[in-house]
Design a protein around this ligand. Structure first.
Ligand SMILES: Cc1ncc(COP(=O)(O)O)c(C=O)c1O
Length: 389
């Protein structure tokens, strides 16, 4: 048998950090502020809609390849309602198995081997894996503490004749950075000038606490060169349902659909009906979601600060990045491996999201999409940490 078995494109990617840390949480009974999933399910009427769909035979057999019409219409309606963007549900919307499949299908569809993708690091780990699976090269633009703002001049310098895609994620996991109107305008100008595609992951679009979410597709010249990805997991607190979507103009959408049909083909039939209903929830649902998470952010930020961690206040997402050097620690990964034993809390080391590992070495991410008592309990436990040096 030819060894190694894992091909060279995926070599070194092993088990995701989320699997490693969640297993540690289960083994030790620690509070899991590692993986980003809420500990409270979304609205009961939406859960009921999923149950009804199953019991009334909606979506129990393969749904249509591009997604059920009701959901494609609801996604188009959402883009119009929140951003004034018009997408044709039949030719410009595609339903996927979460944003994860949307990212994979998009990158597998658009990239040739040897193409370059500029992505902002620290990046969500599936970007690196999908760029690698497509045989392309990732080119990191490093976001640096304390603000994690992109250096737009450096971005310009990274573009080469091989650059095909700029990959965006705003609000950004793990830093919580939200791109501003000026930054988006500069990125859009560069994309137009150098004829680049933009792939934008907007799964945290409704979790913005400071500033506003602006889809780059809404900027002049960008609709035709942008693939926008989102999903219902974070917005409706049903991360296990894995209903995601892509909005893009017909030529881009049909390229992504071609790749997608050979990944899952279709998925989550009954949950597509429920997610269609969720997307039509009134504005108050979205504002309540944001307000309650803003409160959780503030609660955990206070707890982490009192525990002696340096907190970088996130403008969006449900993560807080901290720096553990304020506790005399220099290695975030070692800190996270020891944390469950030391005080019964699990967190994620940001270093795994960097190519430039020195930059993220002492950063650690905590998720605050948990109920208030759990956050308070985690803060109390973290306060038992003592400086190591
Ligand atoms: C930035 C980002 N993109 C995509 C995803 C995956 O989304 P989904 O669960 O819809 O596949 C996540 C999940 O944590 C994420 O943080």
């Amino acid at each position: 048998m030819r060894l190694p078995l894992l091909n060279s494109r995926l070599a070194g990617m092993g088990t995701t950090i989320f699997a490693e840390m969640s297993a540690l949480a289960t083994a030790t009974g620690a509070i899991n502020l590692g993986q980003g999933f809420p500990d409270t399910d979304g609205p009961s009427e939406i859960a009921q809609a999923a149950a009804d769909a199953i019991l009334t035979g909606k979506g129990n057999q393969y749904p249509p390849g591009p997604g059920i019409p009701e959901l494609r219409q609801a996604v188009a309606g959402h883009q119009k309602r929140f951003y004034g963007l018009d997408y044709d549900p039949d030719t410009e919307v595609l339903i996927t198995a979460g944003a994860t499949e949307a990212i994979a299908a998009t990158l597998l569809a658009l990239l040739e081997p040897g193409d370059e993708v500029i992505a902002f690091e620290p990046y969500y780990d599936s970007y690196a894996a999908c760029i690698a699976m497509a045989g392309a090269a990732r080119v990191p633009l490093t976001l640096r503490a304390p603000t994690f703002r992109p250096d737009l001049e450096a971005l310009r310098d990274l573009v080469t004749s091989r650059t095909r895609v700029i990959m965006l994620n705003s609000p950004q996991n793990p830093t919580g950075m939200v791109l501003t109107a000026d930054e988006l305008a500069a990125i859009a100008e560069l994309a137009c000038e150098r004829d680049l595609l933009v792939v934008t992951d907007e799964v945290y679009e409704h979790l913005v606490y400071d500033g506003t979410h602006i889809p780059i597709a809404s900027l002049p010249g960008m609709r035709d060169r942008t693939v926008t990805i989102s999903s219902g997991g974070k917005t409706f607190s049903f991360t296990g349902w894995k209903v995601g979507w892509v909005t893009a103009p017909p030529p881009l959408l049909s390229a992504v659909r071609t790749a997608k049909q050979f990944l899952t083909y279709v998925s989550s039939g009954p949950f597509q009906y429920a997610t269609a209903k969720a997307l039509e929830l009134p504005d108050s649902y979205y504002t309540d979601l944001r307000d309650s998470h803003r409160r959780k952010r503030d609660l955990l930020a206070t707890g982490l600060t009192e525990a002696g961690l340096h907190v970088y206040q996130p403008a969006g997402t449900y993560f807080i990045t901290t720096d553990v050097s304020s506790l005399g620690e220099s290695d975030g990964h070692a800190f996270c491996r020891a944390l469950p034993q030391r005080c019964g809390v699990v967190a994620i080391p940001n270093v795994v999201f960097y190519d430039n590992t020195e930059v993220g070495r002492s950063q650690v991410r905590f998720a605050f999409c948990k109920n208030d008592e759990i956050l308070a309990q985690a803060a109390t436990r973290l306060k038992t940490l003592h400086r190591t040096a």
